[in-house]
Design a protein around this ligand. Structure first.
Ligand code: CA
Length: 223
């Protein structure tokens, strides 16, 4: 899961970034409204955490521009206390949720999970696919009830695939979900992770769609 964090307060941004990384997210952090607009245009983030009071361009404008492009990236806005008008304006401009500063990092994590869940059309807290069950909060995967040991990146890949069953995800899309701007990506990194996932979860579970990417098929043919 790749999150865009838009926050101009260095101390708060630092804490939120660290907290979200700990929760298993890949976090890209920008500090003003113009950088946020460009980032949202360039990358398909799974979710955005958007402060409203920002230099160069305020958060509401960023949000309105994002929605005007038709993108439905889930957005959680951060607002100051006692600004009901801001929260109303934010929700009306297309925000999906809000948190009032100061907030608890655990609550932020839980709200982001709820938002991504809703965005994917699920109401249950865990993601199921056949005999697999993934718990985004606990960062665990079980196969027929048995825990499977995965690296953080393997878990992120299977999570992206389980959130998009029947849809092929390109290597670039998976790289976006896995790596922030600061991290270099080795050209065959995704192939290597997929190889390991197949070893752990069964060879033919993840399909390769030639020239397109990888997918979990909607209905598995019996083999
Ligand atoms: Ca601010």
């Amino acid at each position: 899961m790749r999150v865009l964090l838009v926050e101009d307060d260095a101390l708060l941004g630092d804490g939120v970034q660290a907290g979200l990384q700990q929760a298993g997210y890949t976090v890209d952090w920008v500090r003003d409204g113009v950088a946020a607009e460009l980032a949202l245009k360039d990358v398909d983030f799974d979710i955005a955490v958007l402060d409203l009071g920002l230099p160069r361009q305020d958060g509401l404008t960023v949000l309105r521009k994002l929605r005007a492009t038709g993108k439905d990236t889930p957005v959680l806005i951060l607002t100051a206390r006692d600004t009901v008008a801001d929260r109303v304006a934010g929700l009306d401009a297309g925000a999906d949720d809000y948190l009032i500063k100061p907030f608890d990092l655990d609550e932020l994590g839980a709200r982001l999970r709820a938002l991504t869940r809703r965005h994917a059309g699920r109401s249950a807290p865990t993601i199921r696919y056949e005999d697999l069950e993934l718990d985004p909060a606990g960062r665990t995967l079980t196969q027929s009830g048995e825990a499977v040991t995965l690296t953080a990146r393997e878990l992120a890949i299977i999570e992206a695939l389980m959130n998009n069953v029947g849809r092929a995800l390109s290597k670039e899309r998976l790289e976006e979900a896995l790596y922030g701007w600061d991290e270099g990506v080795e050209s065959n990194a995704i192939e290597v992770h997929i190889h390991h996932l197949r070893k752990k979860l069964g060879r033919d579970r993840i399909r390769t769609v030639r020239g397109i990417g990888y997918l979990l098929p909607k209905h598995r043919e019996s083999v």
